[in-house]
Design a protein. Structure first.
Length: 225
């Protein structure tokens, strides 16, 4: 199966690519929608520029399309991006959606218009178990954004490990925080893993905290073996 993948550089989109590769699918192209606004309804905002470096590390062709972040207008931008992806001869699109019906229905609508199949291998997977799968597979993941009760500034830059999984599981039980971050509770960035040819190294960061939420802004980064 020749497919493209919607690619944010976070744990879910990277793990979806990993899943496809393990199915012996041919991932022909990565497609990143880069929001101009942090208020995007559909697409990952923090450090989205790093997807280009990650794609280079994965050795997969890369398409980048800017999106305004405006509700519904994003669908036009998604369609533009997927039309470009079709030039690679793909038959379907993978995404790392977990539980958002808003995302699922809109991705499927655009894929249907373009005669592409939509694959969501992580859909409704237990979020705690998915986090453990990511850790066990050997991915190096850091937290780049938080916006939920129980997640403070100290979480920015933390690496995903078994201890963090247990903490997120407790927060889910106590406060209803989605352990996988699907509700916008946190954002992630993948630095390395079994499908990466080079590791993403962060050279310079800035932690921005406003009220009860914050972002780890990566200002400089590079790849190294």
């Amino acid at each position: 199966m020749q497919v493209g993948s919607l690619f944010s550089g976070g744990k879910d989109s990277v793990y979806a690519v990993y899943w496809a590769i393990n199915q012996a699918w041919d991932v022909k192209v990565l497609v990143s929608l880069i929001p101009k606004s942090s208020e995007s309804w559909m697409f990952h905002f923090p450090n989205a520029w790093l997807t280009e470096l990650q794609a280079e590390s994965l050795g997969i062709p890369y398409i980048k399309v800017e999106t305004s972040g405006e509700k519904e207008k994003e669908l036009e931008d998604l369609e533009t991006a997927l039309r470009k992806a079709k030039e690679y001869g793909i038959k379907g699109i993978i995404s790392g959606a977990l539980a958002s019906e808003y995302q699922r229905t809109r991705i499927e609508t655009v894929c249907h218009r373009l005669n592409l199949k939509s694959f969501m291998p992580l859909w409704h997977k237990n979020q705690v178990e998915l986090l453990r799968d990511v850790v066990r597979a050997g991915f190096e993941v850091i937290i780049t954004g938080v916006s939920a009760y129980g997640l403070d500034k100290s979480w920015l830059g933390r690496r995903l490990d078994e201890q963090m999984v247990r903490e997120l599981e407790r927060l889910q039980e106590k406060y209803g925080v989605w352990a996988g971050g699907e509700g916008g509770e946190f954002e992630t960035l993948v630095l390395d893993g079994p499908i990466f040819k080079k590791r993403l190294v962060i050279d310079e960061i800035d932690k921005v905290w406003e009220g009860n939420r914050g972002i780890l802004v990566v200002k400089k980064a590079h790849l190294e073996r």
